[in-house]
Design a protein around this ligand. Structure first.
Ligand SMILES: *Cc1c(COP(=O)(O)O)cnc(C)c1O
Length: 383
């Protein structure tokens, strides 16, 4: 596994001239008429850089600085940022229409992604499957394979290299939000496009919405074309915060992960807990992907209590941990996938994704680990 440079993408000012500025201008002076006209043509083709920015739906330097830093940490040619993770995934789906009308989606997936694919809103033909069954779902008109690892909310790990072997040279999108670029770089294992909901760990403070796709320049051009045409752009202030978030990402991930390891081990020993899902536990990583595909198990822990009543009671007993959706923030959050994030997935999808009524998902934050344990322990004692 390639070792990540821990400093190259952290420096705030050296990698991009505009990295420390928030450029809020929507419209820019056109300058020489032919140059502006040519630039407009180039932007519409999806180029990375043209002489004149013209209009901020086409190019924004603060957004470009975030993209450059993200591409560096993912080890890809390019990155294309969007207004949210879902805007990024939508752009990937639209871009993939050029290579085929059929999408194969490996469950379990983030509830929003599952819903978008199942809803028919984008007019795509979608087959849901499991990693083991993937080969059977591929058709001649398949244009994209979608995978999420670690998957939401059961933290199931999928072997990206294995998927690549099964699908030949088909385009593959990997949603790597839970791993962050610090713990996993899917492009190195054969992913064509790596998606992050930057709202989560990259922003890291629950105060910014964003999404990004790290990919090769060929796909980046298609994605920029779609971004220009559909307008799902990342706001420059958001780009600034995400760029700043990258600088502390390695430290935040490392600290939250250390606490998650402790909590997962203690939860596993607790009599009120039926099962713990955490990639750092041997039984949850039978393929040994932590250490091979991932640099560490991450900071998301899911666990099962007896049933729906107990799961809801535990959430209401929390004093420090906030009952809330989302993840990857400074503060620890707990939520109930069956009634919240995976409500729209439906009974069958939940079953396929292993989302039971007693399952809770914990996003471990940066609080003191003993404070976190005390909170979980007092809550579990009341069940
Ligand atoms: C949150 C999330 C998304 C969607 O991102 P938004 O920024 O909320 O649009 C996609 N995938 C995963 C794994 C997520 O956790």
């Amino acid at each position: 596994m390639k070792n990540l440079s821990k400093t190259e993408f952290i420096t705030h000012t050296s990698s991009h001239d505009d990295g420390a500025l928030i450029d809020m201008r929507t419209s820019l002076p056109l300058g020489p008429p032919q140059e502006a006209a040519d630039s407009l043509t180039s932007w519409a083709e999806g180029v990375k850089k043209a002489p004149n920015p013209v209009y901020s739906r086409l190019y924004n330097p603060t957004v470009a600085a975030f993209e450059e830093a993200l591409a560096k940490v993912e080890g890809t040619d390019s990155a294309v940022a969007f207004a949210s993770g879902m805007a990024a995934i939508t752009a990937v789906l639209l871009a993939a229409k050029s290579s085929g009308s059929h999408v194969v989606a490996v469950r379990p997936l983030y509830g929003g992604t599952d819903f978008l694919l199942a809803s028919g809103l984008l007019g795509l033909d979608v087959t849901f499957t499991r990693a083991e069954e993937l080969a059977k779902a591929i058709r001649p008109e398949t244009g994209l394979v979608i995978v999420e690892t670690p998957a939401n909310p059961t933290l199931e790990l999928i072997d990206i290299e294995q998927i690549r072997k099964r699908i030949g040279d088909l385009p593959m999108m990997v949603d790597s939000t839970f791993a962050t670029p610090i713990l996993q770089n899917p492009a190195a294992f054969g992913a064509t496009m790596v998606v992050h909901s930057a709202t989560k760990y990259i922003g890291g403070h629950s105060d910014v919405l964003g999404g990004v796709v790290a990919t090769n320049e060929e796909w980046a051009q298609k994605l920029r074309q779609i971004r220009i045409a559909t307008g799902g752009v990342l706001h420059p202030e958001a780009a600034y915060l995400l760029r700043r978030g990258l600088a502390t990402l390695p430290l935040r991930v490392e600290a939250a992960q250390a606490s998650a390891i402790t909590l997962a081990n203690r939860l596993r020993e607790h009599q009120a807990v039926a099962k713990v899902y955490f990639p750092g536990l041997k039984e949850c990583d039978p393929q040994g992907l932590v250490g091979r595909q991932m640099r560490g198990p991450g900071a998301m822990v899911s666990f099962e209590v007896q049933g729906l009543k107990e799961a809801q009671a535990l959430m209401s007993h929390m004093q420090l941990i906030t009952p809330a959706v989302s993840l990857g923030s400074t503060d620890s959050l707990i939520q109930h996938p069956a009634s919240l994030t995976h409500q729209l997935v439906g009974d069958e999808g939940r079953k396929e994704g292993g989302v039971g009524p007693g399952l809770l998902r914990l996003s471990v934050g940066l609080e003191d680990v003993e404070d976190l344990w005390r909170d979980l322990d007092q809550g579990l004692a009341q069940l």
